[in-house]
Write a protein that binds this ligand. Structure first.
Ligand code: AMP
Ligand code: MG
Length: 302
């Protein structure tokens, strides 16, 4: 099934979250039936991110949004954690510090966007400034209502500089959120996460859905698309996010750089000749396969 097309917010379309079932699993019956696929996509993600790092041409920014307990942290560790930490960074955005609040809302974002070859994951993002800020009237409507355009312009600017942006809204039901809060309550290792404010925030569910519907509708663009991921089932969320990230990365046409040296020459000079020399001295030489493993199949020519 084409999950990418299914969950994409088509640029210009109007999102109605009440029509998207957070329990949807695209015909998969349970975690077991999805496990091998998740493994396969995670492996592809590892390879693609390595190539992205090697090529150093693209930057990738993955924005994760969702209400509390929607699974942002779980997605980061289960799915995106398969990428090499050397080329990835996770950045969380919380209530702005005094310094952040004294600046324009994009100031703290700009400092964290990915460099070339890097994948950065935002746990919450610039979108909080049209979500929580709107729901709680933290700034006047006249100000937050202009931010959709500011965000689109900024994301277009990043896109023009080879930053590919992928945005996920992890869609859960209020019942599922309450169930997860109860699990936190029953697990001593997770009790530290609980605040009473999280429970009180549930009274604003409708307002959050309205704010999300507007944000998703106004800011899903070709360069920076939104995907609404049914997330009541954690394993399905992992499957959908990993598959979409793989397809998005594949769409970049990443090419592993060609070797800077004559590979055969280097092999002959430093490996085969040395082996023969060592053998001549009676040293133990561990012989590898006749031809070393090559990745020729994945190297695309210019
Ligand atoms: P958590 O993700 O559980 O660590 O919580 C972070 C909190 O910071 C959430 O309640 C967010 O809504 C809040 N937050 C993030 N960005 C902003 C912002 N720009 N203005 C106000 N609150 C924010
Ligand atoms: Mg929290």
């Amino acid at each position: 099934m084409k999950l990418r097309e299914l969950f994409l917010v088509k640029p210009g379309s109007k999102v109605n979250l009440s029509k998207i079932d957070p329990d949807f699993t695209a015909g998969f019956k349970n975690e077991k039936s999805a496990k091998n696929k998740i493994k396969k996509y995670n492996k592809s993600m590892t390879d693609l991110q390595n190539s992205l790092f090697a090529e150093g041409k693209w930057s990738v920014l993955i924005c994760l949004q969702g209400l509390d307990a929607a699974g942002k942290t779980g997605t980061i560790s289960h799915v995106l954690g398969s990428m090499d930490p050397q080329g990835t960074r996770v950045c969380g955005f919380r209530v702005p510090t005094a310094e952040e609040a004294a600046h324009d809302f994009l100031w703290r974002i700009e400092k964290q966007v990915p460099a070339k070859g890097e994948v950065v994951i935002f746990n919450r993002s610039q979108y909080e400034d049209v979500l929580v800020v709107r729901v709680h009237n933290l700034v006047p409507e006249a100000r937050w209502s202009k931010r959709y355009d500011f965000i689109n312009n900024y994301e277009r600017q990043l896109g023009a500089n080879n930053t590919h942006i992928i945005k996920f809204f992890l869609h859960i039901s209020p019942e599922e959120q309450l169930k997860r809060y109860k699990e936190r309550l029953d697990d001593p290792a997770k009790q530290w996460k609980i605040t009473e404010a999280d429970y009180k925030e549930r009274d604003f569910w409708k307002q959050y859905m309205a704010a999300y519907e507007d944000a998703l509708s106004k800011t899903s663009t070709e360069n920076a698309p939104w995907y609404v991921i049914p997330s009541n089932h954690k394993w399905f969320r992992d499957l959908a996010v990993s598959k979409i990230v793989v397809e998005e990365l594949e769409s970049l046409g990443i090419k592993i750089p060609k070797p800077q040296v004559d590979v055969d020459e280097i092999r002959r000079k430093y490996h085969e000749a040395r082996s023969e020399e060592a053998e001549g001295k009676g040293l133990h030489v561990e012989k590898g396969p006749e031809r070393p493993r090559t990745r020729k199949a994945t190297i695309k020519k210019d």
